[in-house]
Design a protein around this ligand. Structure first.
Ligand SMILES: [Fe+2]
Ligand SMILES: [Fe+2]
Length: 475
């Protein structure tokens, strides 16, 4: 295996030193990246020492070393998972042929688009989260936020490496533009709308890391199946980092609910007004945030019937997550029954070719994956003797992409009139009042071992450190 070379300005396991042109191009991009980090990253905390993990190699021992690091000094490196021996194309028309080490000309622009779209989400989320540090509920959470931020920065590096290494001049231009678009910018927004939503409170942050980073997991898993081997290897290594981001969301939402249960027990009531008075987040508000971020994240999978998805699959560019779990890797003979609005307030089914339904297939496995967290959170409610349960709304609810885009439905997915939809917004989605209340709770807690009152402490610390460890040092 290739050891990472930390003497290099850009740590890497791709033998960057042997390609001077590529190395120089990336060394030219590096200060632009740092400029972006200083301008649009969590820049108010640049002097703090944060207990971070850094990837120094891709094997199990080396990919996660922990130490105090000032964020601008984090070693953003380029790491690809080890190549598989004799890896073969796992799906589509070229099934069984050797994977590609070089860029096939006919798929160049499509692959560039896929890489740019993935790459754009990485710095976008850092921009969305850049002010959250000020209101962290504890040093533990502050450290987790920054861990997510530096790793999203590294994911940007991963995509920029591919653009520079395989796409020549237009790849370099795309790499520059990844730093020029900004989340929420009126003129140059990020490509996908979820990544232009502000994340101004920690409940949104946990929802984002649970639901939106999980979309990231499924996109990366689809790209990890790609016949273009450098993309596959890049995404496989990114997935090891992504797991922690979803853990932050999963445990974050669980801790919010746990604290709310404690407060409801103390008060002897689940009345939302009383719960708020006691400084916790009432369950209906948690559910409304969940409805918002889940429905927004579903849109990221694209249209439910998609000729693009069909051609990505046919050409072996983007597969299904864990493609080997499927029996049929051609998907030419089968169909998929899609539920569509019938235009008369009801639902009709239409049979479409399986390849055209790939976005929907991936979205379905995403929904199943999302349910696991809900089962854990609901177990807390059940064990505490409360009848309330968190529920995922129907995937038809509040969609802006696909056949259900702008079709008003209730949270069960039943089509309803737009007047009813408008009237019930406050029941289903965070209101201005909800957001103002949640924001009013957001006050930074930076004292060692202390925790904000609206969230329970974590079960355990990071890297076997105690939960009251000094995860961030201020000087
Ligand atoms: Fe990422
Ligand atoms: Fe992530």
């Amino acid at each position: 295996m290739m050891e990472a070379n930390y003497q290099d300005r850009i740590p890497n396991n791709v033998d960057l030193g042997s390609n001077r042109t590529l190395q120089r191009a990336l060394e030219h991009w590096q200060p632009e990246f740092l400029n972006w980090w200083h301008g649009l990253g969590p820049s108010d905390f640049n002097a703090a020492e944060v207990y971070l993990r850094t990837a120094i190699s891709v094997d199990t021992k080396g990919w996660a070393t922990f130490d105090y690091v000032k964020m601008p000094e984090y070693r953003w490196g380029i790491f690809l998972a080890e190549p598989g021996a004799d890896r073969r194309i796992g799906f589509g028309d070229n099934l069984g042929q050797p994977v590609w080490q070089q860029m096939p000309g006919e798929h160049r622009s499509t692959l560039r688009r896929l890489i740019v779209t993935q790459g754009d989400t990485e710095p976008a989320s850092v921009e969305q989260q850049r002010l959250l540090g000020h209101t962290a509920p504890s040093l533990y959470d502050l450290r987790n936020l920054f861990q997510v931020n530096v790793e999203e920065g590294r994911h940007l590096w991963a995509m920029v490496y591919l653009l520079h290494a395989y796409f020549g001049r237009d790849g370099r231009e795309e790499a520059e533009e990844l730093l020029e678009r900004h989340s929420g910018d009126a003129d140059k927004p990020r490509i996908l709308s979820t990544f232009n939503e502000p994340i101004s409170d920690w409940l949104s942050f946990y929802m984002f890391t649970y639901f939106t980073d999980r979309d990231g997991k499924f996109q990366l898993k689809s790209l990890a199946e790609s016949s273009f081997d450098p993309l596959s290897r890049t995404c496989r290594f990114m997935l090891t980092e992504e797991a922690h981001h979803m853990f932050v969301g999963d445990t974050g939402i669980g801790r919010v609910i746990k604290r709310t249960i404690e407060v409801m027990k103390e008060l002897g009531t689940d009345d939302p007004v009383a719960v708020r008075k006691a400084g916790a987040i009432d369950l209906p508000t948690v559910q409304r945030y969940l409805n918002f971020w889940f429905s927004s994240s579903l849109d990221l999978f694209g249209g439910d019937s998609s000729s693009n998805a069909a051609s990505y699959f046919a050409n072996g560019l983007k597969g299904r997550p864990d493609e080997e779990r499927y029996e049929d890797h051609l998907a030419t003979e089968t169909g998929y029954a899609l539920d569509l609005p019938d235009g008369k307030g009801g639902v009709r089914q239409e049979q479409i070719p399986m390849r055209n339904a790939m976005n929907e297939v991936v979205r379905e496995s995403y929904v199943r994956d999302c349910e696991k967290g809900l089962a854990r959170w609901n177990k807390l409610l059940e064990d505490a003797g409360y009848p309330d349960r968190m529920v995922l709304p129907s995937p038809r609810f509040r969609r802006t992409v696909g056949s259900w885009a702008n079709i008003p439905t209730d949270t069960m997915g039943k089509p309803i009139g737009s007047e009813e939809f408008a009237a019930r917004q406050t029941e289903w989605l965070p209101t201005e009042n909800d957001r103002a209340y949640v924001r009013s709770l957001m006050k930074g807690v930076f004292e060692r071992g202390k925790m904000a009152g609206w969230i329970a402490p974590p079960e355990r610390g990071i890297n076997a450190k105690p939960t009251d460890f000094e995860y961030v040092l201020f000087h």
